[in-house]
Design a protein around this ligand. Structure first.
Ligand SMILES: C[S@@+](CC[C@H](N)C(=O)[O-])C[C@H]1O[C@@H](n2cnc3c(N)ncnc32)[C@H](O)[C@@H]1O
Length: 319
């Protein structure tokens, strides 16, 4: 179908492993799944095709993702409810949709290929475009606004915490100097500053200089880490006993949050070490299903190099 838009496609990462973790092979029977990050609906389509009785509540903060998923999942139109929302509001979205529980919840974090590949979205330093980087195009904080209005200290914190850049202070200083000549408007303007500041410390085999700077800015624009923490909590509450939470992350900051959260929820006891009897009254909420994160096999990497950083973790809700 040609609906007049430019198409950039997205290949779902770790698709087989994710679907089998979420569904445990079930091909029939009542199954309610929440996809917090629809993208193009790639993972959800597989679940809906595998089980003709499965129902889906799908969220994405990007209106374009909702529109395209609606087309891609049209084969199951009577089994899906799609809502444009960020996943920090998962509980409210579920309540409004009349969902009081779910058998599976998926978060496939970060940006989709269509978002990165479209220069107008401003996510990539490889093509020139406006410094936007908003996943939800209805919000006000763009990457240009962050670079042009945050003070040096705030910029330094973003580059250090979200880009883990040793050169955070130099980069923040260079941004503040540069914007006095001319405000930041385009991805190439920012990429040029990143290249200049990071060139001296570039190491062989390291990702291109602007990669981590763009990642840091994107995390700030979309409050990605704050959103993730809230959504993990909401998802754990919403899961039915026995239901599975699966999270795919693409960088160590996200993966650390997911790993810590799951480990914390799976702890048997939270008493201080050495306490002779248990006084914490804590009951574990999750059982970890992936001791080590699942990563892509060679075949997948050949077909989709973007799967290289993907890490899948899963946990089951306890009674
Ligand atoms: C990697 S893609 C998901 C791809 C999807 N699994 C597929 O197979 O097509 C990530 C999607 O999550 C969305 N997203 C990222 N953070 C979000 C958040 N906090 N709330 C809702 N959607 C989010 C992005 O807009 C993007 O469309």
């Amino acid at each position: 179908m040609n609906s007049g838009h430019t198409e950039f496609s997205h290949i779902p990462v770790l698709a087989e492993q994710t679907v089998s973790l979420l569904t445990e092979g079930r091909t029939s029977g009542r199954f309610r799944m929440i996809d917090c990050t629809l993208g193009r609906g790639g993972h959800s389509a597989r679940v809906l095709r595998q089980n003709p009785e499965a129902r889906l509540l799908g969220l994405d903060r990007d209106p374009e993702a909702i529109a395209r998923s609606r087309e891609n999942l049209a084969f199951a139109a009577d089994r899906i409810t799609l809502v444009q929302s960020d996943f920090a509001h998962l509980s409210q979205v579920a309540e409004q949709a009349g969902w009081d529980g779910a058998d599976a919840i998926l978060m496939d974090l970060g940006v989709s290929s269509p978002q990165i590949d479209d220069p107008k979205r401003g996510f990539s330093f490889r093509s020139n475009g406006p410094l936007d980087m908003r996943m939800d195009t209805g919000t006000e904080r763009t990457a240009a606004r962050v670079l042009n209005t945050y003070d040096g200290k705030a910029l330094e914190r973003i580059f250090r915490e979200y880009g883990e850049l040793r050169e955070a202070r130099f980069l923040a200083r260079a941004v503040v100097e540069k914007r006095e000549e001319k405000p930041f408007e385009t991805t190439f303007q920012f990429a040029e500053v990143c290249d200049k500041v990071l060139k001296r410390s570039a190491r062989r085999g390291a990702p291109p200089a602007p990669t981590l700077c763009f990642q840091a800015l994107r995390i700030e624009v979309n409050d990605e880490l704050g959103q993730l923490q809230s959504a993990l909590e909401a998802a754990t509450e919403l899961l039915n006993p026995g239901g599975v939470l699966a999270v795919i992350s693409f960088h160590s900051l996200e993966d650390r949050i997911v790993k810590r959260f799951m480990n914390d929820m799976a702890m048997k006891c939270k008493c201080p070490p050495g306490c002779p009897v248990c006084i914490c009254n804590w009951h574990p909420k999750l059982e970890i299903l992936t001791r080590k994160p699942v990563t892509a096999e060679k075949d997948e990497l050949r077909a989709n190099p973007r799967a290289a950083c993907a890490k899948l973790r899963g946990a089951r809700k306890l009674q």
